[in-house]
Write a protein that binds this ligand. Structure first.
Ligand code: SF4
Length: 211
C-alpha cells in the first residue's frame, strides 16, 4: 500500500515549521522523481517522442517551471469561469515566487481563522505546514468548537498574525488571496480586460529541446 505524502507522515517534528514544509516538499519531489523516472534507462530518459522534449530535459529545467507555467497560462485566452480560475492561478504562481524569494508571508495568512486541517488521527492543525497540535477531536467528544475557541489556538493565531511563518501552501494561499484586496483587484482587472491582441508564444524552452 502506498505510504501517505511526506507532510502527512508526522515526520521532522523537531524541525521548525517553515523549514519542515520545505523539507517535506523536497522529499515529495524526490520521491515523485524516483517513482516515475527511477525505472527509466538512460536511453528512455533522453528519448524524444513526437518532437516533444525528453524527460531528462524536463528534469534539468524543473527549477524554472514556475516561470514557464506563468507564461503558459498568460499566453492562453480563456472565457467565463475559466478566465477567473486562470487569473487566480497566475496570481498564485506569482505569489509562490515572492514568498520563496522574500521568505515572508507577503500577504496575510488566515490559516487558523478561516481554515484548518484535521490529521488522520483527529488532531486539529491550523495548517499542515506548521502542524501546531491544537487538540484532538477524540479528546473533545468530536466537538470542533471546543478546539476552535479554545486556549491552544490563541498562541498559533498570534504567531501566524505576527508572520512568524511563511509558506506557499496552495490551499491556504488561495484562501488568503480571496481576502487580499490588491490581489482581487488585479484578478478583477484581468477578467474585465478585453483581449485584443493574439496570445503570446509560450517560452521556447517548454517546447524545443535546445540543450
Ligand atoms: S503562512 Fe499560513 S499556511 Fe503557511 S505555515 Fe504559516 S500559517 Fe501555515
Amino acid at each position: 500500500m502506498p505510504q501517505p505524502e511526506p507532510w502527512l507522515r508526522g515526520t521532522l517534528q523537531e524541525v521548525p515549521a517553515v523549514v519542515r514544509g520545505v523539507l517535506h516538499a523536497l522529499e515529495l519531489a524526490k520521491e515523485d522523481i524516483e517513482l516515475w523516472c527511477g525505472p527509466l534507462s538512460d536511453e528512455q530518459l533522453n528519448a524524444q517522442s513526437a518532437g516533444l522534449p525528453s524527460v531528462a530535459f524536463q528534469l534539468r529545467h524543473i527549477v524554472r517551471s514556475l516561470d514557464r507555467l506563468i507564461t503558459y497560462v498568460e499566453s492562453k485566452q480563456f472565457n467565463g469561469v475559466a478566465k477567473i480560475t486562470e487569473a487566480l492561478r497566475v496570481e498564485y504562481y506569482k505569489l509562490v515566487k515572492r514568498i520563496l524569494d522574500e521568505k515572508d508571508q507577503v500577504i496575510d495568512c488566515y490559516a487558523g481563522w478561516v481554515s484548518a486541517q484535521i490529521y488522520a488521527n483527529g488532531t486539529v492543525w491550523p495548517c499542515c505546514v506548521r502542524a501546531d497540535n491544537l487538540g484532538n477531536l477524540r479528546d473533545h467528544n468530536y466537538d470542533f468548537k471546543e478546539i476552535w475557541f479554545g486556549e491552544k489556538i490563541r498562541e498559533a493565531r498570534r504567531s501566524i498574525a505576527a508572520k512568524e511563518c511563511h509558506c506557499p501552501l496552495a490551499n491556504a494561499s488561495y484562501t488568503n488571496m480571496l481576502h487580499d484586496i490588491p490581489t482581487l483587484t488585479r484578478v478583477a482587472r484581468k477578467i474585465m480586460r478585453r483581449d485584443v491582441s493574439p496570445p503570446a508564444e509560450a517560452p521556447a524552452c517548454a517546447a524545443v529541446e535546445s540543450d
